[in-house]
Write a protein of this length. Sequence first.
Length: 54
Amino acid sequence: MLYYALVFLVVAIIAGVLGFGGIAGASASIAQVLFFIFLALLVISLVAGFFRRA
C-alpha cells in the first residue's frame, strides 16, 4: 500500500511540474488527439467483434 502512495506522489509531482511549467497546453492537445484515436479503435474493435459472432 505504501508503494502505491509513493507512486501516486511521484505522478502528482510530475503532473504539477508539467502543469505549472507551461507544457499543459501542448500535452492537453496531444491527449485529446490520442483520446479520439483510441475511441475510434474501440469502435472498430466492437464492430469487428460483433460481426465475428454473427
